[in-house]
Design a protein around this ligand. Sequence first.
Ligand code: OGA
Ligand code: NI
Length: 388
Amino acid sequence: MVVVSGADEVSGSNSPTTSYARIKELREFDETKAGVKGLVDSGVIKVPRIFVHPPDTLPDLPPQLCSIHNCCQTHPTIPVIDLQEATVDEDPTATRSRRKEVVDKIKQASETWGFFQVVNHGIPQIVLEETLEGVRRFYEQDTEIKKQWYTRDLLGKKIVYDSNFDLYTSAAASWRDSMYCVMDPQPLDPQQLPLVCRDILIEYSKQVRRLGIALFEMLSEALGLSPKHLIDMGCAEGHALLCHYYPACPQPELTLGSTKHSDNDFLTILLQDQIGGLQVLFQNQWIDVYPTPGALIINIGDLLQLISNDGFKSVQHRVLARSVGPRISVACFFTTGVQSSTTVYGPIKELLSKDNPPVYRETTVKEFTAHHREKRDRGSSALPHFKL
Ligand code: OGA
Ligand code: NI
């Protein structure tokens, strides 16, 4: 049993004594290697104070209220794009015009929302369902077995399970456990993957990579470039799967599943289950991304905003804690491999003109990542730092 204080004991959170107690409590939690799921399994009925977020970062309405009153249905929602329309058939002219329509929708969504959902994306429903099931099996297996992947020492590791990668630096911990799997560019030895989700994660990784490449082609076209442009720049060279588990939370109004952030990659493909809780910041309002059966969520990452010279937007998003759960999601991040730390990325030359001068200086993925980490703790974007 973990000795962590409950939410009602929060006071003077910035006093040195409290900070000291906080570090101790964080360590105690970390050392269980059982994550938030372990807390819930041990029967906590109050959110421990290390998870209590400052009121200004919490949602105004408890999330349950939102869904009970269906209030969000009057808000705008992110576009759903049918990729079926972009597939090739016998008639090349019809194919071209339908594909152009899809590319236009992707362009529009990427310029405004930075987020869209895709259906008829080519990944079978059964693969999506089994991927979520595989992740569930990982978290719900014997804690003693699961612990072997729990680490804060990332050096050379391709599979990392932890709770809150920023546990010791963020203002408050989030109600979430995660497993990070670096799938590419160097091939991963399948034996390194946990047995209970090994085969399905390999299959999903293969399929999601194929979809990623198709999307980068359409995004290149949406920027007015040749279809292979973004791929040739290395945008899909590497990808990693981040498998999240958001346990049901006894006091969802006090914490978050994930704090507000933008993604530090070129593109993210997100698979979520039917629970909901993901929100996107649109025109200063938090908009719910309702689960759409069979759909995948696509969002533009910071690096694509940088190389598109602000043409596409990397938008902040967060995940609410919910009283129902667990919620399971799998984010696939497309980026270069770490070994590409010398490749320099800046606004794509073909997009620049007198009317569209470069907004950003050039940087490496390594340098950008270092700034992203620092800024994320404060809920802000790393992009302004790279502005000219
Ligand atoms: C992420 C993310 C959202 C989710 O992993 O960067 O935003 O719904 N995940 O889990
Ligand atoms: Ni994200």
